[in-house]
Design a protein. Structure first.
Length: 172
Protein backbone atom coordinates (compact mmCIF):
# COMPACT_ATOMS: atom_id res chain seq x y z
CA UNK A 1 0.00 0.00 0.00
CA UNK A 2 1.33 3.40 -0.95
CA UNK A 3 1.62 5.70 2.06
CA UNK A 4 0.31 9.19 1.37
CA UNK A 5 -0.84 12.09 3.53
CA UNK A 6 -4.37 11.13 2.45
CA UNK A 7 -4.29 7.58 3.83
CA UNK A 8 -7.46 7.28 5.89
CA UNK A 9 -6.90 7.09 9.63
CA UNK A 10 -9.53 7.32 12.37
CA UNK A 11 -10.27 10.65 14.04
CA UNK A 12 -7.47 11.70 16.39
CA UNK A 13 -8.70 13.02 19.72
CA UNK A 14 -6.74 15.46 21.84
CA UNK A 15 -9.12 16.20 24.72
CA UNK A 16 -9.77 14.65 28.13
CA UNK A 17 -8.24 11.18 28.29
CA UNK A 18 -6.19 11.98 25.18
CA UNK A 19 -4.74 15.24 26.54
CA UNK A 20 -1.32 13.56 26.88
CA UNK A 21 -1.04 14.01 23.11
CA UNK A 22 -1.32 17.77 23.48
CA UNK A 23 1.16 17.65 26.36
CA UNK A 24 3.65 15.80 24.14
CA UNK A 25 3.07 18.38 21.39
CA UNK A 26 3.85 21.22 23.80
CA UNK A 27 6.86 19.40 25.30
CA UNK A 28 8.30 18.80 21.83
CA UNK A 29 7.89 22.49 20.99
CA UNK A 30 9.61 23.45 24.26
CA UNK A 31 12.52 21.08 23.55
CA UNK A 32 12.91 22.17 19.91
CA UNK A 33 13.15 25.96 19.99
CA UNK A 34 14.42 26.45 16.43
CA UNK A 35 11.75 24.20 14.93
CA UNK A 36 9.03 25.81 17.07
CA UNK A 37 10.11 29.29 16.01
CA UNK A 38 10.03 28.19 12.37
CA UNK A 39 6.63 26.54 12.76
CA UNK A 40 5.17 29.71 14.21
CA UNK A 41 6.74 32.04 11.60
CA UNK A 42 9.63 33.83 13.24
CA UNK A 43 9.49 37.58 12.69
CA UNK A 44 12.48 39.83 12.08
CA UNK A 45 11.17 42.15 14.81
CA UNK A 46 11.11 39.37 17.44
CA UNK A 47 14.59 38.17 16.48
CA UNK A 48 16.00 41.70 16.73
CA UNK A 49 14.35 42.35 20.12
CA UNK A 50 15.67 39.04 21.46
CA UNK A 51 19.18 39.66 20.07
CA UNK A 52 19.28 36.54 17.90
CA UNK A 53 19.28 35.79 14.19
CA UNK A 54 15.93 35.26 12.52
CA UNK A 55 15.05 31.58 12.07
CA UNK A 56 14.05 31.16 8.46
CA UNK A 57 12.40 28.01 7.23
CA UNK A 58 15.40 26.04 5.96
CA UNK A 59 13.44 22.82 5.73
CA UNK A 60 9.82 22.46 4.88
CA UNK A 61 7.32 23.03 7.65
CA UNK A 62 5.91 19.56 7.02
CA UNK A 63 9.30 18.03 7.97
CA UNK A 64 9.07 19.65 11.39
CA UNK A 65 5.48 18.52 11.74
CA UNK A 66 6.55 14.98 10.82
CA UNK A 67 9.12 15.08 13.62
CA UNK A 68 6.49 16.43 15.98
CA UNK A 69 4.00 13.73 14.94
CA UNK A 70 6.65 11.09 15.68
CA UNK A 71 7.12 12.53 19.18
CA UNK A 72 3.37 12.48 19.76
CA UNK A 73 2.32 9.15 18.27
CA UNK A 74 5.32 6.79 18.45
CA UNK A 75 4.53 6.01 22.09
CA UNK A 76 0.81 6.76 22.02
CA UNK A 77 -1.31 5.17 24.74
CA UNK A 78 -3.60 3.66 22.11
CA UNK A 79 -1.88 0.65 20.47
CA UNK A 80 -4.08 1.01 17.37
CA UNK A 81 -2.95 4.61 16.84
CA UNK A 82 0.68 3.59 17.45
CA UNK A 83 0.41 0.88 14.80
CA UNK A 84 -1.32 3.20 12.34
CA UNK A 85 1.34 5.83 12.90
CA UNK A 86 4.10 3.30 12.18
CA UNK A 87 2.32 2.19 9.01
CA UNK A 88 1.14 5.62 7.75
CA UNK A 89 3.21 8.40 9.40
CA UNK A 90 2.41 10.99 6.71
CA UNK A 91 -1.29 10.63 7.46
CA UNK A 92 -0.68 12.14 10.89
CA UNK A 93 0.52 15.51 9.57
CA UNK A 94 -3.02 16.84 9.07
CA UNK A 95 -4.22 15.97 12.62
CA UNK A 96 -1.20 17.79 14.09
CA UNK A 97 -1.86 20.83 11.90
CA UNK A 98 -5.52 20.73 12.95
CA UNK A 99 -4.50 20.61 16.60
CA UNK A 100 -2.43 23.78 16.15
CA UNK A 101 -5.55 25.49 14.77
CA UNK A 102 -7.59 24.21 17.71
CA UNK A 103 -4.96 25.36 20.21
CA UNK A 104 -4.89 28.82 18.62
CA UNK A 105 -8.69 29.10 18.93
CA UNK A 106 -8.63 28.00 22.57
CA UNK A 107 -5.69 30.27 23.33
CA UNK A 108 -7.56 33.27 21.94
CA UNK A 109 -10.73 32.27 23.80
CA UNK A 110 -8.74 32.35 27.05
CA UNK A 111 -7.33 35.75 26.13
CA UNK A 112 -10.86 36.97 25.48
CA UNK A 113 -11.88 35.53 28.86
CA UNK A 114 -9.20 37.64 30.50
CA UNK A 115 -11.16 40.62 29.25
CA UNK A 116 -9.86 44.15 29.34
CA UNK A 117 -6.93 43.37 31.64
CA UNK A 118 -4.41 43.78 28.83
CA UNK A 119 -3.48 40.15 29.42
CA UNK A 120 -3.32 39.47 25.72
CA UNK A 121 0.03 41.25 25.49
CA UNK A 122 1.40 40.98 29.04
CA UNK A 123 3.91 38.25 29.78
CA UNK A 124 2.96 35.35 32.04
CA UNK A 125 5.33 36.79 34.67
CA UNK A 126 3.55 40.17 34.53
CA UNK A 127 0.17 38.46 34.86
CA UNK A 128 1.34 36.41 37.84
CA UNK A 129 2.67 39.55 39.54
CA UNK A 130 -0.61 41.43 39.07
CA UNK A 131 -3.16 40.60 41.80
CA UNK A 132 -5.98 41.55 39.41
CA UNK A 133 -5.05 38.82 36.93
CA UNK A 134 -3.16 36.20 38.94
CA UNK A 135 -6.22 34.31 40.23
CA UNK A 136 -8.09 34.66 36.95
CA UNK A 137 -5.16 33.16 35.03
CA UNK A 138 -4.88 30.33 37.58
CA UNK A 139 -8.56 29.49 37.06
CA UNK A 140 -8.24 29.58 33.28
CA UNK A 141 -5.17 27.30 33.42
CA UNK A 142 -7.29 24.66 35.12
CA UNK A 143 -9.38 24.51 31.94
CA UNK A 144 -6.54 25.05 29.44
CA UNK A 145 -3.19 24.11 31.03
CA UNK A 146 -1.12 24.85 27.91
CA UNK A 147 -2.07 28.53 27.78
CA UNK A 148 1.05 29.82 29.57
CA UNK A 149 3.41 28.00 27.17
CA UNK A 150 1.44 29.16 24.14
CA UNK A 151 1.30 32.69 25.54
CA UNK A 152 5.07 32.73 25.87
CA UNK A 153 5.36 31.83 22.19
CA UNK A 154 2.38 33.62 20.68
CA UNK A 155 1.57 36.71 22.74
CA UNK A 156 3.36 39.14 20.40
CA UNK A 157 2.48 37.32 17.17
CA UNK A 158 -0.71 38.72 15.61
CA UNK A 159 -1.01 35.59 13.46
CA UNK A 160 -1.68 33.63 16.64
CA UNK A 161 -2.83 36.21 19.19
CA UNK A 162 -5.83 38.18 18.01
CA UNK A 163 -5.64 40.33 21.15
CA UNK A 164 -2.17 41.54 20.14
CA UNK A 165 -3.41 43.50 17.16
CA UNK A 166 -6.29 45.15 19.02
CA UNK A 167 -5.25 45.29 22.66
CA UNK A 168 -3.40 48.22 24.12
CA UNK A 169 -3.36 48.04 27.91
CA UNK A 170 -3.05 51.83 28.09
CA UNK A 171 -6.32 52.52 26.27
CA UNK A 172 -9.99 51.89 26.91
Amino acid sequence: MKVTPNTKIPAIYWEKRYSARTSRLIEWCKANDEARIKLFSDSAKDAKEEGRPRQQMSTQKKNHIQQLAAAIFTNDEDPTIRALYEEHPLSFIKPVESQFISLRKKYNAVNKGLGQTGAGVKSVEELDADPCTKNLVAQLLLQFPWWSDLHGWWRMNPSYNTAFSTADPGQD
